[in-house]
Design a protein around this ligand. Sequence first.
Ligand code: C2E
Ligand code: MG
Ligand code: MG
Ligand code: MG
Length: 276
Amino acid sequence: RAKSDGGNGWRFFTPEHDRRISVVRSMESDLRGALSRGEFTLNYQPKFCLVTGRLTGAEALLRWTHPAKRPISPADFIPVAELSGLIVPIGEWVLATACEALTRLPADFRVAVNLSPVQFRRSDVAETVAAKLALSGIAPARLEVEITESLLLENNRATAGALEALKALGVTIALDDFGTGYSSLAYLCKFPFDTIKIDRSFVQTLETEPGSAAIVRAVVGLGRDFSLKVIAEGVETEAQKRMLLSFGCDEGQGYLLGRPMPLEALLQIATNADSR
Ligand code: C2E
Ligand code: MG
Ligand code: MG
Ligand code: MG
């Protein structure tokens, strides 16, 4: 019976663990050719000033459309790309594509790109960023890189050096998903951040969990004391937006305000906002 399910049907009888390994292996081999086959695209999720409602920039989010399958979530394929090291060339493509997009966007528009810890470990990411900036000719201050706390946890000199080198280029640095995992407040003085992104998990429970409101308020206060911009991710309701505004949070990003969209759609809202 299992065999008639198809060529790999027998795997039904192997333990879940083996099945997962084979899923990862086959995804890895698909990912290997995905760049050259042009299967990646970037979507851009807008960021807004909560006070004025002004569009301030966007975050580039990677999309992979496997020809034989439905679009695969970055949450599923980024870990595989990281394990295999493929995130290095893929990340270079993301940087190049985001810089190219910036050349078509208004001059005060900023784009953020997510960087994986593996790009820091396995490549000279500051050098890559410098090369893409030079190639596109965009002002470095228009590019933001988003990193997560897991990178800082490794606590090595090379990472600190790369962050300083990025900073020296003139790009800005955001600490993504702040408050999850291994947050250490010491990171805020130790590394040259410009922006804190409050994790979606706190925003989503703002109305239901008093603890979340307290955390968000505290992070906004930290941002003020450290002169960092604070942005909330995952804003889905008017009530969340109102609370964030009342706490003094600078910017917001989320389905309520704008979904991730193709560049053409972003160009439309960015140029409309420009002419207002
Ligand atoms: P992230 O950087 O924290 O990005 C935010 C994620 O939340 C995105 O998911 C976005 O689509 C989603 N999101 C935004 N607003 C809302 C909302 O209101 N509600 C909900 N439920 N979700 C919202 P996405 O695009 O699936 O990306 C997931 C993660 O994959 C990203 O988390 C980031 O860590 C990683 N990622 C995406 N693109 C890249 C990339 O180019 N390079 C690397 N290294 N990682 C990437
Ligand atoms: Mg991000
Ligand atoms: Mg995030
Ligand atoms: Mg997140």
